[in-house]
Design a protein around this ligand. Sequence first.
Ligand SMILES: [Zn+2]
Length: 158
Amino acid sequence: MDGQKNNCPFCSPVVEKATFAESNNFRAVYNIAPILPGHCLIIPKNHLSSLLDIPTTDMTEMMLFSRKIIRVLSKAFGTSSYDWTIQEGQPAGQTIEHLHIHIIPRTADDLPEPGDWHPRLEASEPRLIDSFLRSKYSYAELKSIVEKLSRIFIDQGA
Ligand SMILES: [Zn+2]
């Protein structure tokens, strides 16, 4: 497939099963190993490693699409709080060389301290790869949440 890379979990057909919304060049994927309910990923459809690789002409699309996804998550998970982060480069914790923006809905007292999401994120990345490659996740559960989020995305006229 054009723009795809072998052995990349985000270029694998498996990722389509976890996709609940798409724009022309990006997709929103429910994280198969969420650190909190609603933990999603925005990824470019093409295999691009860095934010610096995203064509300038796609930057607005990426941000507007991400905002739509935040609205979907707000509705689905009953909150207007979220963390979002990009880990760029191995020293920053990037374990999959395909750009991904983590969006994590937050609610009061969901973690002992608001900043506790970060060590959990670090610990979850290897599981995320493992899950995508080995398909250990329950697809019935994944399908259910992907369908729910997809309906909200469509309902909001995205
Ligand atoms: Zn890839």
